[in-house]
Design a protein. Structure first.
Length: 270
């Protein structure tokens, strides 16, 4: 299931493993993540405050309050003028963490089962809320159409390329039309529900536009499509790590915090 909304980032999402349909739509709302502070000294700690989370496992953000988990990396280096807090899991309280240390420079280790709260710019004013020993609980809310379609995961993506079998490139509305690349990655779906994952590369000089990618997917029979990350973020591997493309395509790449993994499920034997 994928999403793209003009003027806002798109999201590629999916439902339970048993589901076989891919849904591409333009959401009016996006998922929201919150960070609660809790009272200490009780078997059932009460919520004492709530702050909005801007990013999860995404570096930077001028005034962002971000969360980092062990899936991002083992260590983090603090940017200038930032405050980072490490939080360890609270024993006997699933989903609850306790602030263990406060960092203002250098680097830190992300707790193996914990998280890091990053305060940038104006968000540093919240440092007074996060003292050592403060209990934290991250939580999230999903839009109604996500729950109606049993969406359980999502990936920031965009722009939209096809809608209802028609070319519908939202790159200009999403201010992504200036992105230049000879490589484009996209997720699409046919009318019968078959999903298409494409990495298109232009061998001739010049850039591969989102419009060209949309027309290519339309010729492949796609009804709806959305572009995924390209540039230095794109990389495709197959056969347990063997590079699918020529090694020169990986020059200048960089580590990424998440990825799409496609696995072939062996057929059941009678």
């Amino acid at each position: 299931m994928g999403f793209s909304a003009p003027g806002s980032p798109g999201v590629a999402g999916w439902g339970p493993p048993a589901g076989r349909q891919v849904w591409i739509n333009s959401p009016q709302e996006m998922p929201k993540v919150w960070l609660d502070t809790l009272s200490a000294g009780s078997n059932r700690p009460a919520r004492t405050g709530t702050l909005a989370v801007h990013h999860i496992n995404v570096p930077g953000g001028r005034n962002a309050l971000s969360l980092f988990t062990p899936t991002y990396s083992t260590t983090l280096r603090l940017p200038g003028e930032a405050i980072y807090l490490t939080a360890e899991p609270e024993p006997g309280r699933p989903g609850v963490y306790r602030v263990s240390d406060i960092h203002r420079r250098g680097s830190l280790r992300i707790p193996p089962h914990g998280l890091v709260v990053a305060l940038h710019g104006n968000a540093r004013s919240y440092a007074r809320v996060f003292q050592r020993g403060t209990l934290l609980r991250p939580r999230w809310s999903l839009p109604a159409d996500w729950t109606d379609h049993a969406v359980t995961g999502g990936l920031l993506a965009g722009p939209r390329l096809l809608e209802g079998g028609k070319i519908e490139v939202t790159a200009k509305a999403e201010r992504l039309d200036a992105l230049k690349s000879r490589d484009r990655v996209a997720l699409a779906v046919k009318a019968d529900g078959e999903a298409i994952l494409v990495w298109a590369h232009k061998n001739t000089p010049g850039n591969l536009s989102f419009d060209e990618l949309a027309h290519l997917l339309a010729k492949m029979g796609a009804e709806d499509a959305i572009a995924l990350d390209g540039g230095k973020s794109r990389a495709i591997f197959a056969q347990a790590g063997e590079a699918l493309a020529d090694e020169r395509y990986f020059e200048g790449g960089r580590p990424v915090a998440n990825a799409l993994v496609l696995a072939i499920k062996p057929a059941a034997h009678s």
